[in-house]
Ligand binder design. Structure first.
Ligand code: AMP
Ligand code: ZN
Length: 112
């Protein structure tokens, strides 16, 4: 079964910072910034490439949760970065769509 589905079902432990009926947000196990939270919809969608029109509301809710997490983590004043990796070239390792919320330091552009 999918790792993030297991986190959603509380079969795999995670440090949850927020959850509601649409999505769950928990700390990344290998943080790349002082704040690194993953926002994951409860619905299993493999990645951006698998989105359909039916998922528009789900993805909108994920972004609202990402904003809420940024606010909870005190990131709004200085700014933060949202990242969605899709496929091998981007380094996607978990095939359940998720938004990385990264903050607490400055980020380079273009990204590596
Ligand atoms: P991605 O590479 O975009 O697919 O992101 C997957 C992320 O999940 C990586 O940043 C991993 O560090 C993170 N990750 C993997 N397993 C866990 C876990 N059990 N709990 C929290 N984060 C995890
Ligand atoms: Zn899943």
């Amino acid at each position: 079964m999918c790792l993030f589905c297991n986190v959603i079902e509380k079969k795999t432990p995670a440090t949850v910072v927020y959850e509601d009926e649409h999505a769950i947000a928990f700390r990344d196990i290998r943080p790349m910034a002082p704040t690194h939270v993953l926002v994951v919809p409860r619905k299993h969608i493999s990645g951006i490439r698998d989105l359909s029109a039916d998922d528009v509301t789900t993805i909108g809710q994920v972004f609202l949760v990402a904003r809420h997490v940024a606010k909870l983590e005190g990131l709004e004043a200085h700014g933060y970065r949202l990242v969605v990796n899709d496929g091998d070239a981007a380094g996607q390792t978990v095939h359940h769509i998720h938004v990385h919320v990264l903050g607490g330091r400055n980020f380079a552009w273009p990204p590596g």
